[in-house]
Design a protein. Sequence first.
Length: 141
Amino acid sequence: MDSFMKMKDKEVPQLADSTFNCNLAFLTDVTDHLNALNLKLQGRKQVITQMYDHVKSFKVKLTLWGKQLTAGNLVHFSTLSSLGKVEHKSWKEYADIISNLHKQFVQFKDFKALEPHFQLFSTPFAVEIDNVAEEMQMESV
């Protein structure tokens, strides 16, 4: 980007800063992951159980990414990885950002209480009958 901007006679000094470029690449990767989740949650034929599964899956991914970033593993951050060497201190900063993003998903905690109902709806034969509300037990077998 720096060379492109120089060709256009526009100086952007931040683009010469490797830390800025790493942060921008990380932001690009995180935005890409969030966009992928957003696309999964869109559409007319979505069922709440599928949407909840997508959100749960994303939360698990966030946990995984946080651990991997702490260890310097950038496998799921292709833009950041393409820059080459990322400073060791940035790994922890990025892991903290991912951890904070994970905390933002607390707004879905109300759905956790509905999870047994979701399981009954999506996989009725895989649910333990003793865990089903009594008024639904006979309909479930």
